[in-house]
Design a protein around this ligand. Structure first.
Ligand code: ZN
Length: 397
């Protein structure tokens, strides 16, 4: 936060901050001001001033005389407060003030500057009313996040340039609560104040990195990015280093369909094929996911998927999908849309072991282009004459 203030008000703030903190007894119950603020939902500036002099006594409670100058630098917007008229036709007169939320955010801002105010009781009461809200104003957010940021802020106030000039110097000090201050003076006026809360930590540097395992690119030292990476990483781990799945093991042991996924198979199998279709799309940078099924809808009858079992314990090594390109024809026209195996199961004979059965079930099927290098090599070795003929001309040997 870097905000502008008059050098006069900034100097008065610093006169308070350079005085020793006054000892205060911790208070649990709400003050009269706080009760009224919560009941009315608003407070006039004069109510706020009266409250501040009961809390920040330093420099002869001088805060009363200039606190309104801190509204703008702390991004607090004033409003007119009116008494409800007895008769709707009565003339009404407004007084400047703040809503309860804005007044509390103001106190949070003052506390961040190192001033002796305690917004914690108001924060507690107001947070309750905000806890189910998905959208918040900036000041409401200050209240909701109070516990995370109290005493942890760095605040910088810069004064508008003055004509006065004067000798430049910087003073630094730490107060009894552990707040650290750096003040830049020009003569008797302060032109810049930097406040570090007692628990302030220099933010860790952020850099763009790429995870070697899952390939996700993210910003370090950023909680939201870390959460997204964790999701992607876990999902990829389930595909790359799959765990045995009991339901697949049971299915393999009892169902004659075994690895086959068609319109009669359980939904989870359709979902498992889809997850591998996503991996195929990602790895080979295709535009479309070629599997219309998911864990909530089954793929239509023109589609058949296969889940490759790595063992009898239900570990899924990979998947493939066939599509009948002409459902109206008497003889189905099957084509292999894609094959994806977890890297550690590649070149282990999974496709080879099933190829003869695929040819039996789907005839001399086409293989959807383009083909990866590995798939081209496989077809050259195990494919039918027609499948080999459809390959692009070999560039090697
Ligand atoms: Zn990762």
């Amino acid at each position: 936060m870097k905000t502008t203030i008059s050098s006069d008000a900034l100097t008065r703030v610093c006169n308070i901050l350079t005085e020793a903190r006054k000892p205060t007894a911790p208070r649990v119950e709400l003050t009269r001001f706080e009760l009224a603020l919560l009941a009315d939902g608003v407070a006039t500036n004069s109510d706020i001033g009266d409250y501040l002099i009961t809390s920040e006594f330093r420099a002869y409670s001088s805060i009363e005389y200039f606190f309104e100058e801190l509204f703008a630098p702390l991004e607090i917007a004033q409003q007119f407060i009116f008494r409800r008229p007895v008769d709707p036709l009565d003339e009404v007169h407004g007084t400047q003030g703040l809503s309860a939320v804005d007044a509390t955010a103001f106190l949070i801002g003052l506390q961040g500057l190192g001033l002796q105010v305690d917004p914690s009781r108001l924060v507690e009461k107001l947070s309750d009313a905000l806890k189910d809200r998905h959208s918040l104003t900036g000041n409401e957010l200050e209240i909701v996040l109070y516990g995370n940021y109290v005493n942890r802020r760095r605040v910088v106030l810069k004064a508008r340039p003055t004509e006065s000039g004067g000798a430049k110097r910087e003073t630094t000090h730490e107060d009894e609560a552990g707040f650290r201050f750096a003040m830049q003076w020009e003569g008797d006026s302060v032109v810049k104040l930097e406040v570090l809360g007692s628990l302030y930590e220099v933010p860790k540097p952020q850099e763009h990195v790429k995870c070697d395992y899952c390939g996700h690119e993210y910003l370090t030292n950023n909680t939201a990015e870390a959460r997204i990476h964790q999701d992607v990483h876990t999902r990829r781990q389930e595909m790359f280093d799959p765990e045995p799945e009991q339901r697949f093991a049971s299915h393999l042991a009892t169902d004659v369909g075994g690895e086959r996924v068609d319109h009669k198979s359980p939904l989870w199998m359709h979902g498992a094929v889809l997850e591998r279709a996503f991996e195929f799309k990602r790895e080979f940078r295709y535009d479309f996911v070629q599997w219309p099924g998911s864990s909530v809808t089954r793929a239509g009858e023109e589609w058949v998927g296969w889940l490759f079992a790595a063992d009898a314990k239900g570990t899924i090594a990979g998947a493939c999908a066939f599509m009948n390109r002409d459902a109206a024809a008497a003889v189905p026209d099957w084509s292999l849309q894609w094959v994806w195996l977890a890297p550690k199961f590649r070149r282990s004979g999974f496709l080879d072991a099933r190829w003869a059965e695929f040819l039996k079930l789907y005839g001399d099927f086409d293989i959807e282009h383009p083909l990866s290098e590995a798939m081209q090599a496989f077809v050259r070795k195990h494919g039918t004459e027609k499948q080999k003929a459809a390959l692009p001309a070999a560039v090697h040997e």
